[in-house]
Design a protein around this ligand. Sequence first.
Ligand SMILES: Cc1cc2nc3c(=O)[nH]c(=O)nc-3n(C[C@H](O)[C@H](O)[C@H](O)COP(=O)(O)OP(=O)(O)OC[C@H]3O[C@@H](n4cnc5c(N)ncnc54)[C@H](O)[C@@H]3O)c2cc1C
Length: 322
Amino acid sequence: MSGILLITEQNAGSWHRMSFEALGAALQLGTALNLPVHACILGSNVGPLAAEISAYPLAAVIALESGALAEYTADGATSALAWLVDQLQPDYVIAPHTYRARDFAPRLAARFGRSLLADVTGMRLDGPSPVFQRQLFQGKLTADYAFDSPAPNFVSVQAGSFRAVEPAAAGAPVESKTPPAAEIRQKPEPAFQEQGRAVDLTAAERIVAVGRGIREEGNLVLAQELAQALGAELGASRPICDNGWLPMERQVGSSGQTVAPKLYVAVGISGAIQHVVGMKGAACIVAINKDPAAPIFEIADYGIVADLFDAVPALTAALQSS
Ligand SMILES: Cc1cc2nc3c(=O)[nH]c(=O)nc-3n(C[C@H](O)[C@H](O)[C@H](O)COP(=O)(O)OP(=O)(O)OC[C@H]3O[C@@H](n4cnc5c(N)ncnc54)[C@H](O)[C@@H]3O)c2cc1C
């Protein structure tokens, strides 16, 4: 096959959200290079998930199923995927840059004598060849990378860097394959349970995020009222959480949450790269900032150059009266 193989991620029958961002990246690359995209999903009894993802414009969905894949192990995933890559001979293999992919994807690439181009944030075409972007030095530099190795080449994509796509009801064929038995040296421990959080920003459809422009804790109420009027969750840039004005779980960015809501309203946030990597996957970004040169406007769909102390109450009032 000449094409792209997308590796999706699921856990106990539930999708990892980043699977759909990696799907967006794979489809973008497929469209640019005019290559078909095959998606694979590993596990046991993954038929319903395979049927779900078949609604996307894919050439095929491969359910890679065996009892040995019921629980994730690096050996099981690497061996099953290496077998599939051998069968399909794709040009590119794309995975979401999840903790799990960090575990198996470098091994998978090494099986083919390749390295993994990890944590990619963007891509473009340079003539017929794709050029991928990665960030260096905590996001201070963005570097271009192109493969000079023959296929297959391996890429993982950063959370929030590519937009999740909507299903097209295309009805891709679903194929079930059983990989050969592999030697599995790891014994999975019980799944890590995150401490219960009061808020899950990653699941929010709308977020009003507040930054240092708000000046003091007492002014947060302005952002809270706007969030309430929009039915949105409240998020923040790092200085707000560092000050203890909002809990850390509300921080968006490279050392906080990566979010991809339908609407993200950035209030008094400059748009530092460490913030932007956590929210640029939002479908619609509205920025309110009094500085017309603030970097946040470079990625905003709608920009309001105004003093937030005028604009935010006016917006809230307009929403409340509508
Ligand atoms: C390793 C590392 C990790 C980091 N991780 C994160 C992270 O996860 N998330 C994160 O957010 N940051 C993170 N940062 C910090 C990041 O570099 C920025 O310092 C931070 O995002 C800036 O926050 P801000 O935009 O709220 O503040 P500022 O950069 O100070 O911007 C405030 C903005 O408000 C505007 N403003 C001021 N007054 C008004 C007003 N009255 N009306 C309208 N606009 C106004 C200003 O024009 C300005 O653009 C990290 C930094 C490092 C080094």
